[in-house]
Write a protein that binds this ligand. Structure first.
Ligand SMILES: CC(C)(COP(=O)(O)OP(=O)(O)OC[C@H]1O[C@@H](n2cnc3c(N)ncnc32)[C@H](O)[C@@H]1OP(=O)(O)O)[C@@H](O)C(=O)NCCC(=O)NCCS
Length: 237
């Protein structure tokens, strides 16, 4: 039994007083997700998807909403009347790498900077822990060691791997209870510090969904990024 199951429903108040409901993503959310995607600014879309993306296909909407809740887990914030999507967070556990997942979060432009991303982050982390995920792997644009050093200075516990123009970083998932007070995020955690850098636009974190999605859709995304030993600060260029 999971705390974050289909019955999970949390009412939240953002910093500007906006109220919303946080719940798991359902197959019926395709239209809501599609509208939310179309409202994202080109910049947010680029930062979320790592590419100029104008629309989502039917297959992509299916992939994003028909999730099993364990291997692929997704939650979202919707308006109280259920008509608008405010933000989505998801993780996808990596095949053949037990305990490791790639994560992605997007908040509608008009609701950014009000604490929603932080709330979704915290609930995603707690749901990941429930499902045995110990580490989140994030990939950022940046081919150089400067980026790796920046991440390490902010998050000494991060494992960084530089290869083929992509910096992969693994962070321990901080211990958070499902009902942890939303206004007390784990600011000491490397993963949360990294998330703050993304929110400030200092780092581009994306691609997880895209690669996992393309893999799911049967496209070849197997370009070699070099080996990843998962424990050392291996670097190659
Ligand atoms: C990244 C993103 C999800 C953050 O969501 P958000 O709702 O704006 O974030 P929050 O308001 O909860 O802020 C999170 C933290 O970043 C800080 N932050 C947010 N915007 C900031 C800014 N412009 N300058 C400085 N700090 C900022 C907040 O202070 C907060 O830290 P704190 O809890 O220690 O105070 C959102 O900006 C987004 O959707 N971006 C586009 C898509 C993307 O880049 N996704 C990530 C890759 S998958």
């Amino acid at each position: 039994m999971y705390f974050f199951d289909p019955d999970y429903l949390e009412r939240a108040r953002l910093r500007d007083g906006t109220e919303c409901l946080v719940r798991l993503i359902r197959p019926e959310d395709k239209e809501l997700l599609h509208r939310g995607f179309l409202r994202l600014s080109p910049e947010s879309r680029y930062r979320r998807f790592f590419t100029v993306k104008n629309d989502l296909t039917a297959d992509e909407l299916r992939y994003l909403t028909e999730v099993d809740g364990v291997r692929h887990f997704a939650l979202g914030a919707v308006s109280l009347d259920g008509d608008d999507g405010l933000g989505v967070a998801r993780f996808i556990q990596l095949a053949g790498e037990p305990g490791v997942a790639e994560a992605a979060i997007a908040v509608a432009d008009e609701h950014q900077g009000k604490g929603l991303g932080s709330l979704l982050f915290q609930r995603l982390v707690a749901a990941a822990a429930e499902r045995g995920v110990a580490r989140f792997r994030c990939e950022v644009l940046g081919t150089n060691h400067g980026m790796a050093e920046l991440v390490r200075s902010l998050a000494p516990d991060a494992r960084v791997h530089v290869s083929s123009g992509v910096v992969s970083i693994e962070f321990d998932v901080p211990p958070l209870a499902p009902e942890h007070p939303a206004d007390e995020p784990p600011r000491e955690s490397g993963l949360y510090r990294f998330f703050g850098m993304v929110a400030q636009g200092a780092v581009e974190w994306a691609q997880a969904w895209q690669r996992a999605g393309l893999r799911f859709l049967g496209e070849d995304v197997s370009e070699d990024r070099g080996s990843w030993d998962g424990t050392s600060r291996d670097e190659e260029e």
